[in-house]
Design a protein. Structure first.
Length: 325
């Protein structure tokens, strides 16, 4: 392949990658809608409200019926539902949790207004987003830098640190330092995420380790192609389907669910649980991140074994030239 052919191939490849990135990032955003979104409906008119919601879109909501308002509040605080509609005693009242998803909170408010026919439907934010970030814009924007920096750290460690032991040291150093520094900026300077600093820093560090470790581990196990595979997985699948700015149930399925099993989606869910819900529903995303971190270490182990086999494989000895008679 000559220079012109190579240049054409690179240009076409870059254009295809650009198109793929546009699809990955724009398609989920263009199809935001409730899909089995967990909400609660309570009170004497709960059945009627549930029927009206089902008539509008039978697949939009996964409706539960708590015994009373206190039970509905508990379900919101435990992250079992995103909000509740309380009937009885006049117009329906709405309980929302903008800390779980400002987008869902807005949608539930609009739905309640439609049900009551009044624009001033009573709304209570049971678990509010940070007052400095009421729309969750900064929260949603912080996931991508964590992913991008993790990829960058993984690439640098893969290319510049040859020893597996050195890669592991670099990963742990990046995870600890990156987690501590990230939350200092997000919480201390920007003041957009509440919650215990050290716990949030540990979460950010685990995310950093999981992302960078995946890059380094795949590169060690299968070669430099692993860098591209890991980076594209995190960027083209993990980030747009992380639901950091919305909710997994608002994204096209099954991608919204798949996104929660990748580090960006698990990171967004775990950070929300720690920051706004005192750790409620934190187990699943925590386990997902730990599995990715352990998988990264396992891949590094495979890379170490691969390197030893190369070192110990016998080098063929060239045949000696025949001695002239």
């Amino acid at each position: 392949m000559n220079t012109i052919q190579r240049a054409l191939a690179v240009g076409i490849g870059a254009a295809l990658l650009q198109a793929l990135m546009l699809i990955a990032f724009a398609w989920p955003a263009a199809h935001i809608a409730p899909r089995d979104l967990p909400i609660a409906v309570s009170g004497p008119q709960a059945a009627m409200v549930a029927d009206k919601l089902a008539e509008h879109d039978p697949d939009a909501f996964d409706i539960t019926n708590p015994a009373d308002e206190a039970a509905a509040r508990a379900a919101i605080e435990n992250r079992d539902v995103y909000g509740a509609i309380i009937t009885g005693g006049g117009a329906p009242r709405v309980l929302i949790a903008s800390g779980a998803s400002p987008v869902v909170a807005q949608q539930l408010t609009a739905i309640a207004q439609q049900l009551s026919g009044a624009p001033d439907t009573p709304v209570e934010d049971v678990v509010a987003a940070d007052p400095d970030d009421p729309r969750g814009t900064a929260f949603g924007a912080m996931v991508l830098p964590l992913v991008m920096s993790g990829i960058a750290a993984g690439v640098v460690l893969s290319l510049l640190i040859p020893a597996i032991g050195g890669k592991v040291i670099g990963l742990f150093t990046f995870g600890i330092a990156g987690g501590l520094l990230s939350i200092v900026i997000i919480q201390g300077w920007m003041s957009v995420v509440p919650g215990p600093y050290l716990t949030l820093a540990a979460v950010a560090g685990l995310v950093s380790f999981a992302v960078s470790g995946t890059v380094v581990g795949l590169a060690a196990a299968i070669g430099r192609a692993g860098i591209g595979i890991a980076a594209l997985t995190m960027l083209l699948v993990g980030n747009p389907f992380s639901a950091a700015t919305s909710a997994p149930e608002l994204l096209p399925q099954p991608w919204g669910t798949i996104g929660q099993f990748l580090p960006p989606g698990a990171a967004a869910s775990l950070l929300r649980s720690v920051a706004f819900f005192d750790g409620a529903a934190a187990t699943k995303p925590l386990v997902v991140l730990i599995i990715w971190a352990l998988a990264a270490l396992a891949l590094l182990g495979i890379g170490a074994l691969r390197g030893r086999r190369v070192e110990t494989s016998p080098t063929p000895v060239p045949a000696a030239d025949p001695v002239p008679a």
